[in-house]
Unconditional design. Structure first.
Length: 157
């Protein structure tokens, strides 16, 4: 065999190997066809069982994202995130942090009893802000996960 034949054979084998690896990756990444539930579903069911058996509070929000839409620079806008404790123990919000100093929060600092409703008020000050704004509010609490995130967005003109 000459040198060109070796190069052609090497390129051909490399191409076949590449296709086989690509195909196996695609097959592995598509869907779970085993009929078994995926890990996320199992984790959610296990969380529900832990909440019931060990007694944890659990948030149920009416919404977790609030879109202010288009607002003017310098405008202060306010929204409320309403929730209910659907867990099996009193819900205690230990702290609430925001991703930016332009966002302030207020909440009742008393435990939310089982079945009770409450709310968190979020105020966004758009002074000095322009364009799309995306702010995260992190609630530190005594739920199973220990935190909950809420989001506000705005387009500042």
């Amino acid at each position: 065999m000459n040198k060109n034949t070796h190069l052609q054979t090497g390129k051909y084998l490399f191409s076949i190997l590449f296709v086989v690896i690509l195909f196996s990756f695609l097959v592995q990444c598509t869907s779970n066809k085993t009929g078994k539930p995926d890990g996320k579903l199992i984790q959610e069911k296990n969380s529900e069982e832990i909440i019931r058996s060990n007694g944890f509070p659990k948030f149920e929000f009416t919404k977790e994202i609030h879109k202010f839409g288009v607002i003017s620079e310098g405008e202060i806008v306010v929204c409320d995130f309403f929730f209910k404790n659907i867990g099996s123990k009193d819900l205690v919000i230990k702290n609430v942090e925001t991703s930016c100093g332009c966002t302030a929060v207020k909440w009742e600092r008393k435990p939310v009893k089982i079945g009770e409703e409450s709310h968190i008020t979020v105020e966004f000050n758009s002074e000095g802000r322009y364009g799309k704004q995306y702010k995260v509010i992190t609630i530190f609490c005594n739920t199973l996960s220990g935190t909950k995130e809420l989001v506000i967005t705005a387009q500042v003109k």
